[in-house]
Design a protein around this ligand. Structure first.
Ligand SMILES: [Zn+2]
Length: 436
């Protein structure tokens, strides 16, 4: 055990809850990512939602979780799922989520383990824990009720990526909706989230205070940029997340520029095969199949060399923190006809952020000047400020708990909704008590 002493480093109070419902954020309360929240009421039912780690360098971990019987994982991004294997170490636990999230979890956990070994970062779980965790999944379809203690729960589509879920919880007195990461807008591979009426809404606020540009126009801009690069005989390198964004970019290019020679490399190729096994989560499985036959999947070293002469390379990691994207960049950087297209937000401390701010990036531990043109597009899969506020209003809650947000973003949502509903701003490690 590297990080926690089980049962001794948890700050969670073991006192019984006399009344109301308690929310205790282990992480992701007043920050983006790294999510874990324990919800408990006077029935003695105690549920954990998400248990992730922020893949920063070094990674950031949530507080130690107190004993729980059940965890619901909203989606397969590492900041929501990365620490779940630890939970199986000292207790029998049921892990609930959609079948697609369960299927993708193995790839995500193996990659987390691999990256931590290569980088030499401590990880609180080992491969055996991961095997237990893989056997602990209880997959559910959207809308299907299941019991957790005295509560009834069901999952709803969250729109953030295929298989991502919101969680509706019915306690004997209250209905809670946990948004997970949401997008109410349709995207190439997923339909948007639909509001659910509730008493207490726990809403992510990643994009609080920020509005997105019109998505179809942003997609058009991306396609135009790619075509310009190809016309001057360059290669467009598009770093993108393995789960969601990468497949979205491929669908956009397939639809608007099918004449291009597009290669897809990285973990996303394996993740997409799970998408095909869970077609109920895909907006248009037939179109995804057509795209999949069209795109050239990179599966080995010789494929990778061939991809260097492609028109477009879509690959991980989305924030240029590792993966094949750096291998390609290291080879493409000498020809200034080539360009880099970033597809979304680049976190503080990430390779993509350094490239944008300083024109430099660490490649295989060497800091290298990159002279290629870099363009950033806003193709986020999170709801923007207006969509978040409208979603909250349509859920008609009495209480709003804003989590998974930067401080300014939360304050902007608070200023807009604070008069309409009782709004809470959780802090990691402290409990919020809502009387019912
Ligand atoms: Zn996410």
């Amino acid at each position: 055990m590297v990080l926690y002493t089980p049962g001794q480093t948890t700050q969670y109070s073991s006192k019984d809850i006399k009344s109301g419902i308690q929310f205790h954020f282990l992480g992701g309360g007043n920050e983006v990512g790294n999510v874990g929240c324990v919800i408990e009421d006077s029935t003695g039912t105690r549920l954990l939602i998400d248990y992730g780690l922020a893949p920063t360098r070094p990674p950031k971990y949530p507080d130690e979780c107190p004993p729980v019987s059940d965890v619901i994982i909203t989606h397969s991004h590492i900041d929501h799922i990365g620490m779940a294997p630890w939970l199986t170490q000292h207790q029998n636990i049921r892990i609930h989520g959609t079948s697609l999230t369960a299927d993708v979890s193995e790839i995500m956990w193996r990659d987390t383990y691999k990256v931590s070994s290569i980088e030499g970062y401590p990880l609180a779980w080992d491969k055996r824990d991961m095997e237990y965790a893989l056997d602990s999944w209880y997959p559910h379809e959207y809308g299907e009720w299941f019991d957790v203690g005295a509560w009834k729960c069901r999952l709803h589509r969250a729109g953030h990526l295929p298989g991502a879920a919101m969680v509706e919880i019915k306690t004997p007195t209250q209905t809670i909706l946990w948004s997970g990461d949401i997008d109410t807008r349709d995207s190439p591979n997923s339909f948007g989230a639909i509001p659910v009426e509730c008493d207490i809404l726990c809403l992510e606020g990643t994009y609080g205070g920020r509005e997105h540009p019109d998505r179809p126009k942003e997609e058009e801009k991306l396609v135009k940029k790619v075509i310009d690069i190809v016309e001057k005989r360059g290669v467009a390198l598009i770093p993108a997340f393995a789960s969601g964004r990468g497949q979205d970019i491929l669908m956009i290019l397939h639809q608007h520029a099918p004449h291009l020679n597009v290669h897809f490399d990285g973990m996303g190729t394996r993740i997409t095969t799970h998408w095909f096994n869970n077609p109920q989560h895909i907006r248009d499985p037939n179109r995804l199949q057509e795209m999949w036959r069209w795109v050239k999947r990179v599966s080995g070293k010789s494929d990778r060399k061939k991809a260097l002469t492609a028109d477009v390379i879509v690959t991980t990691s989305g924030m240029l923190d590792g993966g094949p994207a750096l291998w390609y960049l290291n080879r493409l950087r000498h020809d200034l006809a080539n360009e880099i297209l970033l597809t979304g937000y680049q976190a503080e401390g990430s390779g993509g952020r350094k490239l944008l701010d300083e024109g430099k990036i660490n490649i295989f531990r060497n800091l290298i000047q990159i002279d290629l043109e870099v363009t950033q597009f806003q193709l986020s899969n999170h709801a923007g400020h207006t969509e978040l506020c409208n979603f909250a209003r349509e859920c008609m809650p009495k209480h709003l708990i804003l989590f998974h947000a930067p401080d300014e973003g939360r304050n902007d949502i608070f200023s807009e909704l604070g008069k309409e509903m009782k709004t809470h701003l959780p802090v990691n490690g402290r409990s919020i008590q809502i009387e019912t």
